[in-house]
Design a protein around this ligand. Structure first.
Ligand code: ZN
Length: 173
């Protein structure tokens, strides 16, 4: 078990398109375990491999309240098959953009296909928070971050707050 370092903006790995996993082998299973191990103490509801510096299409999610490691989702090569036109708005945050939150609207329901930790194909119908969380994590696999969904003005305001937090000394320069 290994605690992995969480990458934050502007780390370039967060802007890369992650590679599909060819085979769910022992290394991928280990990655899934390490990502879960890393997600819980950071109080994340989801984590995508690029967020720990690994540009592969792997995500873990736990939107249970309270968190329930026995029922965490572990997805390899997740792919959205269909999405509702009805939207759901959630105040999103991200371990890669610490302490910043903003409402984002995304399809309320999705059908997603993925490989589980045994390499078996699964199809899942997700709604509300789970749907939002899966979409947020798949965005990471495509080099996208939730702030990309905001209007240019709101994104600028959020990133200004974020930069101040990351480089507080700049204020005195
Ligand atoms: Zn995120």
């Amino acid at each position: 078990m290994t605690l992995l370092r969480i990458r934050t903006l502007p780390d370039p790995v967060l802007r890369q398109k992650a590679a599909a996993v060819a085979v769910v082998d022992a290394a991928i299973v280990q990655l899934l375990d390490d990502m879960l191990e890393t997600m819980y103490p950071n109080q994340g509801a989801g984590l995508a491999a690029p967020q720990v510096g690994v540009s592969k299409r792997v995500v873990v999610i736990d939107v249970n309240d309270p968190p329930d490691p026995a029922h965490a989702l572990q997805m390899v090569n997740p792919e959205i098959l269909s999405a509702s036109t009805e939207l759901y708005t959630h105040n999103e945050g991200c371990l890669s953009v610490p302490d910043q939150f903003a409402p984002v609207s995304r399809p309320k329901r999705i059908r997603v296909k993925y490989l589980d930790r045994h390499g078996k194909e699964q199809i899942l119908d997700a709604e509300d928070l789970l749907s939002i969380c899966i979409q947020h994590e798949i965005d990471h696999l495509d080099g996208k971050v939730f702030v990309d969904h905001l209007s240019p003005l709101k994104r600028r305001m959020l990133m200004k707050r974020y930069d101040k937090r990351t480089h507080p000394r700049d204020e005195t320069l």
